[in-house]
Design a protein around this ligand. Structure first.
Ligand SMILES: Nc1nc2c(ncn2[C@@H]2O[C@H](COP(=O)(O)OP(=O)(O)OP(=O)(O)O)[C@@H](O)[C@H]2O)c(=O)[nH]1
Ligand SMILES: [Mg+2]
Length: 688
């Protein structure tokens, strides 16, 4: 594998991700990119378990990506650091951590299915991170593939103006290449040839190509003032101006450049690389990263001579040691240097620096701003930690972590293995922050929580394989929550302790009311102070808020997390000697706990949107089955013998659904799910 790359200016670096719904072809595209750039000399296949980025044994066995894998390649005097992400919804947090450190992304769509549920979810994730994107409509060789339909679904479902820069040559099995609408040239990948042949636009496609070029010019002119000027003056736009405008529109997100191809047949990869380099931003084109130090917001620019600052976005244990993946935002780091983990107040030493190529790596002496590298020697820094030069500490915003929704009890089959299992679980949780480990005080069991059935299955299997441990796993259960349906007002709580020494005194008066939670937002709790006349000083108000947040971890119904409420501190009283932040925090916690006992509370359960694709004749059975699982069907579309049913179903009802669907449809049915939040679960008695 070739990874030696010359030192390049930052403007020639691209940190990109490949994002999509499960199975759209991300890993295959990454594989073809490595081949096209001369990084590898043979093309691996997902179904043979021979790709570079799906190197984990479970990925190879299951044929899906589970872990985001980083690779590096060179194209047209640029270095591309590429992260192949998983598409399965259970691993969305892995995508989230990658998106936090990427400057741009290639979003892949299946030319038959168009925008699928998980493509919408990753799209919104990328929106939240402000990551500019280009689109690649893949699998144009498949029966039923249609670029125009896929583009329409991009416009309708993602609400982005598509800027289609290619016209496919040939359909389905006869798809051989594309017309490049900027240069008005054809690119054809003949069978058995390593790369494309360039030529004039085929006569039969000339009118259509001209029409589409015109359409592209008109669309760009509508969005881009300079392009509009040229269009008005010359009634056409040059390829050069178009390219510059496409670059701007990609970065502002006003338009989405769309390319097409077939990764499996190795068609369309080189123009995709050209577009990635031309339109997606370099580390210096994105806004400077912001962090805080002692409450003051600071910016760090992507400059190798600025003070060093990097974010830890992945931690993995390998045979080489603990690899700590870093996105360097500013400065330079050399091997052997000490860095500060500001959040943990610890100093760490970077013993070695590696450029990572999936499961291989090459040593580096130093790394600079804009780079994505792995460090060895960092012992404790966790995912989300900021490492900086000790002289200029700062904390960058960590990636957000999803709250797990499914739980299983785990125990070692042989009790002598219990300690080994605990250490394996602790390591698992360290590497994947979307897994949570706790001890259930009621049952004494060790429970592992994660994003879904598959997520937990993969986690336990990882322990079995890497440690050779026999593990018993309980039935999966969903994580319930509790919410306020009717609040209380004016609840007075007096926290007073005077048992010698410094006393504790805090009086608080709280009101609690329900809060409608937007499923798109992570805000499910709001705290306000309506205290007048400084009766509770500001630092104590903050302590009351912290105390209320503590109280949210256990609701009055059955000890589940409490969500969807607004708490207002309306009054309180202090004591000149005995009041303290600690006293007010305790008061806040106990006051809210008591208030919640007086509120009308309801149980919430996680619900998902399920999209089931089945042969027509199976639709009736599938709908009946979903209804029996408390599902509400919201639509059913039929196209050429296949039906797509969409429904909203409680997650608890979907355990084991894949086996059921497989047997009901003789293996021809498939489904995907997407979490859409929590819903009231009337009449459900949660089982711990
Ligand atoms: N016909 C056809 N099949 C393709 C194409 N690209 C990928 N595939 C196949 O689609 C399947 C999924 O491809 P992957 O590359 O694993 O897709 P992915 O997006 O990485 O999937 P996850 O990582 O599991 O989300 C594999 O069987 C590929 O061989 C294509 O252009 N045409
Ligand atoms: Mg993959």
């Amino acid at each position: 594998m070739r990874t030696d790359l010359p030192r390049l200016p930052l403007t020639a670096v691209r940190n990109l991700g490949v994002l999509a719904h499960v199975d759209a072809g991300k890993t295959t595209i990454t594989e073809r990119i490595l081949y096209a750039t001369g990084t590898t000399h043979k093309r691996g296949e997902v179904h043979d378990g021979t790709t570079v980025t799906d190197f984990d044994s479970q990925e190879r066995d299951r044929g899906i990506t589970i872990f985001a894998a980083a690779v590096t390649c060179a194209w047209d005097s640029h270095r591309i650091n590429l992260i192949d992400t998983p598409g399965h919804v259970d691993f969305a947090d892995e995508v989230e951590r990658s998106l936090r450190v990427l400057d741009g992304a290639i979003v892949v769509f299946d030319a038959v299915a168009g925008v699928e549920p998980q493509s919408e979810s990753v799209w919104r994730q990328a929106d939240r991170h402000g990551v500019p994107r280009i689109a690649f409509v893949n699998k144009l060789d498949r029966a039923g593939a249609d670029l125009d339909t896929a583009v329409r679904s991009i416009r309708d479902r993602l609400h982005r103006v598509p800027l289609v820069v290619q016209l496919p040559i040939g359909e389905e099995d006869r798809f051989t290449g594309v017309v490049d609408l900027l240069r008005m040239r054809s690119l054809v990948w003949a069978d058995g040839r390593e790369t494309f042949d360039e030529g004039p636009v085929p006569g039969a496609l000339l009118d259509e190509a001209n029409r589409r070029r015109r359409l592209l010019e008109e669309t760009v002119a509508e969005l881009h003032p300079l392009a509009l000027e040229e269009f008005c003056a010359k009634s056409t736009i040059s390829a050069r101006t178009l390219a510059a405008a496409l670059r701007d529109l990609t970065r502002t997100g006003e338009g989405l450049v769309v390319l097409a191809g077939s990764a499996y047949r190795n068609r369309g990869i080189e123009p995709l690389l050209d577009a990635a380099v031309a339109y997606l931003p370099s580390p210096v084109d994105v806004p400077a990263v912001r962090g805080t130090q002692d409450g003051v917001v600071q910016e760090r620019v992507a400059d190798s001579s600025a003070p060093f600052a990097a974010l830890v976005f992945k931690v993995v244990s390998t045979a080489t040691g603990r690899l700590t993946y870093l996105r360097i935002y500013s400065g330079t780091i050399r091997k052997g240097q000490e860095v500060r983990d500001v959040g943990a107040r610890r100093t760490e030493r970077i013993a070695r620096l590696l450029r990572v190529q999936a499961d291989r790596h090459t040593e580096m002496d130093q790394a600079v701003a804009g780079d994505i590298v792995a460090a060895i020697g960092v012992k404790n820094a966790r995912v989300g930690a900021t490492l900086t030069t000790p002289a200029a500490p700062l904390v960058l915003e960590p990636p957000s972590v999803a709250v797990p929704v499914v739980t299983v009890a785990v125990e070692a089959r042989r009790s002598v293995d219990t300690e080994r299992l605990m250490s394996a679980l602790a390591q698992l949780v360290e590497e994947d922050p979307s897994l949570v480990l706790r001890n259930d005080p009621q049952t004494g069991q060790t429970v592992l929580s994660g994003m879904g059935e598959l997520h937990l299955e993969v986690a336990v299997e990882k322990i079995r394989r890497s440690r050779g441990l026999d593990v018993n796993v309980g039935r999966p259960r969903v994580s319930y929550r509790e919410t306020v349906v009717r609040g209380v007002s004016g609840l007075l709580y007096r926290h007073v302790k005077q048992d010698g020494g410094a006393g504790q005194f805090a009086h608080v008066v709280l009101s609690v009311e329900p809060l409608a939670v937007d499923p798109e937002s992570t805000v499910d709790f709001v705290f306000e102070s309506a205290v007048v006349g400084g009766r509770v000083p500001r630092e104590y108000v903050r302590a009351v808020e912290a105390g209320c947040r503590d109280a949210l971890s256990e609701g009055p119904l059955d000890g589940h997390r409490v969500t969807g409420l607004k708490v207002t501190l309306t009054d309180g009283a202090t004591h000149p000697k005995d009041s303290s932040e600690m006293a007010f925090r305790t008061a806040g916690r106990l006051a809210l706990r008591e208030a919640l006992r007086s509120c009308v509370m309801e149980l919430l359960e996680p619900v998902v949107e399920i999209v089931v694709t089945v042969p027509d004749e199976a639709v009736g059975g599938v709908l009946g089955d979903l209804a029996a699982r408390r599902g509400r069907a919201s639509g059913s579309v039929t196209r050429s013998g296949t039906s797509v049913v969409t429904a909203v179903v409680p997650l608890a009802e979907l355990f084991g659904y894949s086996n059921k669907l497989r047997s009901r449809t003789h293996g021809r049915g498939t489904f995907t799910t997407r979490p859409i939040g929590y819903a009231l679960a009337p009449g459900v008695t949660p089982v711990r």
